[in-house]
Write a protein that binds this ligand. Sequence first.
Ligand code: NAD
Ligand SMILES: O=P(O)(O)OC[C@H]1O[C@H](O[C@H]2[C@H](O)[C@@H](O)[C@@H](O)O[C@@H]2CO)[C@H](O)[C@@H](O)[C@@H]1O
Ligand code: MN
Length: 447
Amino acid sequence: MVNAKDDRKFSVLIAGGGSTYTPGIVLTLLNGLDKFPLRKLKFYDNDGERQKKIADATAILIKERAPEIEFEATTDPKEAFTDVDFVMAQIRVGKYAMRSLDEKIPLKHGVVGQETTGPGGIAYGLRSIPGVIELVDYMEKYSPNAWMLNYSNPAAIVAEATHRLRPNSKIINICDMPIDIMDRMAAIVGLKDRNDLVFRYYGLNHFGWWTEITDKQGNDLMPQLKEYVSKNGYWVGGDYDKGTEASWESTFKKAADVYKLDPTTLPNTYLKYYMYPSWVVKHSDPNYTRTDEVEAHRQKLVFGECKRIVDNGTAKDTDFKPDEHSTYIVDLCTAIAYNTHQRMLAIIPNEGAISNIDPTATVEVPCLFGSNGPERLSMGKAATYQKGMITEQNSVEKLAVDAWVEHSYTKLWQAFSLCKIVPDAGIAKDILDEMIVANKDFWPELK
Ligand SMILES: NC(=O)c1ccc[n+]([C@@H]2O[C@H](COP(=O)([O-])OP(=O)(O)OC[C@H]3O[C@@H](n4cnc5c(N)ncnc54)[C@H](O)[C@@H]3O)[C@@H](O)[C@H]2O)c1
Ligand SMILES: O=P(O)(O)OC[C@H]1O[C@H](O[C@H]2[C@H](O)[C@@H](O)[C@@H](O)O[C@@H]2CO)[C@H](O)[C@@H](O)[C@@H]1O
Ligand SMILES: [Mn+2]
């Protein structure tokens, strides 16, 4: 509960209001007004038509559940970013059309095609950098005291770029993959959820490892988790997974094979793309990738439910519900707003958190969150295996940002070629040359 003497109510802007995650965030906000009271909720998007479909349903939801909250959707940056306390950013520059090419172009060359990893993730990163920097600049122009919680991917490259290009900005880059996995870990050991776990974790975004996991009483849960994960990965099954899509089932199960590479830790699911790229390519369809699945599933469900709410004029029977994505971002706002020093993962400059990794690397580690933002916790030294992996991949992410800043073809070719997912500099160049054409409306002209 909010401290009785604190009568503040907050103004929140969702940048990327047309996102498929927006309804989940709205539900979490409306369900959590006792912990995080709102006076205003705004949406901002550069596609007003897409945003309107979600905004019209949200207007009904708010009228029925919290009519005291002022709600507005706009494509005008000044209107959107003025009088805001928190910006929740979740844009997809180039939208699903470009994600589809990020996935399909590499696969044509026998290389992993994926949203945030490999050549697809680097291509997405070069589109996202200007999009997120623009949001930061709007926020600082119109609401200089606001905090930005950024989900926009690829979070690793976006975080590297925002820390480098806007080093003093109040932006926190986050990811919901580790918390989704920790909810699974809690289910595996019979606890309620991730909040019942105490953990140590380090790495890069979509590229990390758990080294310690206990319950609140300090009992070591790693042996039980390792035993389970070695056989089942993070797949829980039963009611827990009744709505989980097939490709996510495959990803959660593949964690068993990733774990075997280092049985002293538990891996992030995304490491499968780096350690088993041939297996991933073999199990991919270059003509029907994850984007096609998302458009046929999540996007269809979300926009279909929004249309149903608007057609019926009520949301009283909606099946929209909060999810990992939304609970995390609202927990973060609450920690900052009320200086709770809650312990949460964030993607931040290393500065010694991992003592034997480049201090300027952008890492993902546990932090204490209060009104001054994240305070990084020391995770000690990376082991040799992790140090090698992290150093290489962080160099890829730095080269991607260098390429955008310097408009450098060579730096981008180096980023593609250095990436563990790409087997050969010649193949890297073939993929890069195709991606330059595909991204002509988004990337700077490379020289
Ligand atoms: N950090 C994480 O762990 C995590 C988890 C899930 C999703 N995401 C990211 O959240 C974002 C949204 O995902 P989604 O599947 O809902 O995407 P989506 O395509 O459904 O929605 C993205 C919205 O952003 C808008 N947009 C694009 N460029 C913009 C710009 N320059 N300015 C303003 N608005 C812009 C689009 O019009 C669209 O409405 C993606 O970047 C996705 O990768 C991150
Ligand atoms: O392929 P998508 O668009 O379904 O998912 C890509 C995203 O996957 C992760 O986010 C998961 C999240 O971990 C899980 O809890 C739940 O909310 O589903 C999300 C998306 O389906 C990853 O962390 C993101 O960075 C990816 O964009
Ligand atoms: Mn993520």
